[in-house]
Design a protein around this ligand. Structure first.
Ligand SMILES: *Cc1c(COP(=O)(O)O)cnc(C)c1O
Length: 401
């Protein structure tokens, strides 16, 4: 493994895995999942993490997270039953979709899920009918035009309606317990969180003055992973958020719902160039993975994936990269600088674990990329000598310290 901060396999591993398993191939590191969970715990120790499984519901990720004691954010009957079938207690799930389906609420009843969010009066009626003993959090709208994917365009109660909605939930007999928000996915600064915490603090106080004591604050997801051309300081960001939580919410139970941060960096894609042509004076490269597969994140998540080729020396050209299907929508990148490629070349795409395979399809008869678990194959593809050398370097580094 190269000496990167995040999981990225070596050229040698790419080549060997491609021969052994074929491409497109998704390489998942469970150690990286564990590391990401521990980083969030380290900087925000009071936070009870609920992994938002929509970002990547791969069963091995769910298993590792469950074994580490994580809770889960689920959004549908299917996600509730997936966790239930894995043996995860309903008490560890929050049904965090503010607009719930009848079958979703039914799944809550049969799987023992009581925690849920709401952002409208109609939702209170639905919850009261189907899950009258629910513990509910009001999902608040937080305007954040700088968010990469702004969920507040679709969800969240307006600040001015918040108190009345909470009172209504209480009057309906629900356990009105707290406030939730989501500042938007891939948020690279603490500011939107701090802004949301200001509003939540005010609402905690207003609620208390109105005879309603809130006890849970759910800061949602949005925590960022490295992204081409974007700079941010994650430890500093988490420190700021945590300091404010300690200052203003010392007595509250704190929850979070990270999705991308847990799984985003844990997957590498290996894809092959299957066609080369020139159109309009630009080279075009057709890959065996496209917009209907792992690169669905280009469309649904507006993500700008990094492509690594192992060719060297030649001058870079601006090229177009397209997927394998017969649809003209299936174009991922235009004007992307790359060394000239050839049919059969392998490309490595690091950090493609979030909102990628989760939204992939089998459109046009192309299978979804298969997964291998890095920790189970690495001994075969990384020579023992190299592993020994890394270990030696580490012990030397430790000795120097
Ligand atoms: C999608 C989603 C998340 C996860 O968001 P990330 O930006 O991936 O961390 C958390 N909570 C809710 C309610 C969501 O819809």
């Amino acid at each position: 493994m190269s000496n990167k901060k995040h999981f990225q396999i070596s050229q040698q591993a790419v080549e060997k895995l491609a021969v052994r398993f074929g491409t497109p191939l998704l390489v998942l590191s469970l150690e990286e999942i564990k590391k990401n969970y521990k980083v969030l715990k380290k900087y925000m120790p009071r936070v009870k993490i609920h992994y938002a499984i929509k970002a990547n519901p791969h069963p091995e990720i769910l298993r590792v997270m469950a074994d580490m004691g994580s809770c889960f954010d689920v959004a549908s009957d299917g996600e509730i039953r997936t966790m239930h079938d894995m043996g995860v207690d309903g008490g560890r799930l929050i049904y965090a979709n503010p607009v719930k389906t009848g079958v979703g609420l039914e799944a809550c009843r049969s799987c023992g899920v009581r925690k849920m969010t709401f952002d409208s009066a109609s939702e209170i009626d639905k919850i009261k009918k189907q899950c009258p003993d629910a513990t509910v959090l009001l999902r608040l709208r937080i305007d954040n035009s700088s968010a990469h994917v702004d969920l507040n365009k679709k969800f969240g109660a307006a600040r001015e309606n918040a108190l009345a909605l909470m009172q209504q939930a209480k009057e309906a007999g629900l356990d009105m317990a707290g406030i939730a928000f989501h500042v938007g996915s891939q948020t690279v600064s603490a500011d939107p969180y701090l802004h949301a915490l200001d509003i939540a603090r005010e609402l905690f106080e207003e609620a208390e003055a109105a005879g309603l004591k809130l006890r849970i604050l759910d800061v949602g997801g949005g925590f960022p992973i490295p992204e081409p051309k974007v700079k941010f300081n994650l430890p500093e960001m988490l420190r700021q958020i945590n300091a404010r939580l300690d200052e203003d919410f010392a007595d509250a139970e704190i929850w979070a719902e990270p999705g991308r941060y847990i799984c985003g960096t844990a997957v590498n894609l290996i894809t092959s160039v299957i066609g080369v042509t020139e159109r309009g004076g630009q080279p075009w490269y057709f890959l065996n993975e496209g917009l209907y597969g792992t690169f669905s994140g280009v469309l649904f998540d507006q993500w700008d994936f990094k492509l690594i080729s192992f060719r060297e020396g030649e001058e870079k050209v601006a090229a177009t990269f397209a997927g394998p299907s017969c649809d003209s929508l299936d174009i991922m990148f235009r004007g992307r600088l790359t060394v000239p490629l050839q049919v059969g070349d392998l490309l490595l795409v690091p950090s493609c674990g979030a909102y990628t395979s989760a939204s992939a399809t089998t459109f046009n008869g192309f299978s979804k990329a298969k997964f291998v678990i890095w920790e189970r194959v690495k001994a075969e593809v990384e020579p023992v000598a190299a592993v020994g050398r890394v270990e030696m370097n580490q012990s030397v580094a430790q000795a120097v310290k």
